[in-house]
Design a protein. Structure first.
Length: 75
């Protein structure tokens, strides 16, 4: 009876690890870009407000995204 087992070589593991790290760094970079945008900061600031504070500004919680992106998207 034959027994077959697969053990990836260190070269293959290193290559896969490098590719994984590359995509992880790209992902981290995209997240950092998004978090540093003025729109993200504005969304975060408005989401921290209470419903009463939003009402004083003439907003409802469900309208925050539409309000922040009004000049970019027609929704």
């Amino acid at each position: 009876m034959a027994d077959i087992s697969f053990h990836p070589t260190h070269v293959a593991q290193d290559a896969l690890s490098s590719i994984k790290n590359l995509f992880a760094q790209i992902g981290h970079g995209l997240v950092a870009m998004g978090e540093n945008s003025s729109r993200y900061r504005r969304l975060t600031a408005l989401n921290r407000l209470s419903d009463a504070q939003l009402a004083e500004r003439g907003l409802k919680r469900e309208d925050i995204v539409r309000h922040v992106f009004a000049d970019v998207f027609y929704v």
